[in-house]
Design a protein around this ligand. Structure first.
Ligand SMILES: [Zn+2]
Length: 326
């Protein structure tokens, strides 16, 4: 029987903030110091990544020195590296050239480590549990652009099952995962820190947790033995590289949005580089005329973009206070 979804929670980086999650401006900041990141045993080859990071920051400083102040976030640098890949650009330092996709890969590793380091999974505030209980008991679904495992941790805590909506034939489960294929719809449209893709067969391997063990693994599919790579989609203009694996998730998101009563956006500001996310909402609204949209982006956020659309309800409170109303 098809379950009708009343509310879809649409989560961005601001949602994870109160559990320690970083915002765009935090990357490459002093707080993002590499030594702190690598103390966390996320990467299995720390020397390798330490060396790459020193090169990465060198290129980032170089990038900053020739573009305007307004365009020097990690998103800008990511998009530049993607454009450079497209036009075949290279990065050169001390007479050694690096392909743009190498820089792109280092950047992806860096944001994964940084996010993972910042979130304190053992001390997620109690109101997050309240929120997830509410989702589970009230015919809700979750669409997220976050890579972290905050909600996985909470689903485990309350004993709720969730559905990643990954194509079973593409997915291998690891380390005691019993089910990620039934229960509340949980769509991670930009991938996840516990998802790895195989370099050879492209199958997604899903891990229970994040650790260096995952990074040294080989694909589980028989006769494959391909190398596993982190599957997260960075905030870039082109998603084609990820299209085959992501498309079913985005399609499922649209199906849900077309039949839902309302969306509650929490901590997501529809950044320019995520045009696809904005298009997803627009495509849903074209079909589902009664869809209500509420935005809960905290007390410090700029709502002017949303206020241009009279139908959007701006609920200018922090997630903590929002959760207490559920
Ligand atoms: Zn494989």
């Amino acid at each position: 029987m098809k379950r009708t979804i009343d509310t879809i929670y649409w989560l961005g980086a601001g949602f994870s903030r109160e559990s320690g999650g970083p915002l765009i401006k935090d990357f490459f900041s002093k707080e993002g110091d590499l030594n702190k990141i690598l103390e966390h045993k996320y990467l299995n080859d720390q020397m390798y990544h330490r060396f790459n990071y020193s090169k990465l920051t060198w290129f980032y400083d170089r990038f900053k020195s020739f573009v305007g102040e307004e365009e020097t976030t990690i998103e800008d640098f990511f998009n530049f590296s993607q454009s450079a890949q497209f036009i075949g650009g290279q990065f050169k330092r001390a007479n050694i050239s690096y392909k743009a996709n190498t820089i792109h890969k280092w950047l992806t590793d860096y944001i994964a480590c940084f996010i993972n380091d910042r979130i304190d999974y053992a001390n997620i505030p109690e109101y997050y549990t309240k929120f997830i209980n509410h989702c589970f008991n009230n015919k809700s679904a979750v669409i997220t652009f976050n890579y972290d495992l905050i909600l996985e941790t909470l689903f485990d805590k309350i004993g709720a099952s969730f559905n990643y909506n990954q194509n079973r034939s593409l997915t291998s489960l690891r380390q005691g995962i019993t089910s990620v294929t039934s229960g509340i719809d949980y769509l991670k449209l930009h991938g996840s820190l516990n998802w790895m893709t195989c370099s050879k067969c492209k199958k997604i391997n899903i891990f229970r947790s994040i650790n260096s063990f995952a990074f040294s693994q080989r694909c589980r599919k028989s006769n494959c033995n391909g190398k596993l790579r982190l599957f997260i989609v960075p905030p870039v203009w082109g998603k084609n590289k990820y299209a085959t694996l992501l498309k079913p998730l985005w399609k499922r998101a649209l199906d849900l949005l077309e039949n839902a009563k309302r969306i509650v956006v929490i901590g997501y500001s529809f950044p320019n580089y995520d045009l696809l996310a904005l298009s997803l909402v627009r495509a849903a609204v074209l079909i589902n005329h009664a869809l209500q949209i509420e935005v809960v982006n905290g007390t410090k956020s700029d709502y002017s973009k949303f206020e241009k659309t009279p139908e959007v309800i701006c609920n200018k409170i922090d997630f903590k206070d929002y959760a207490s109303t559920l």
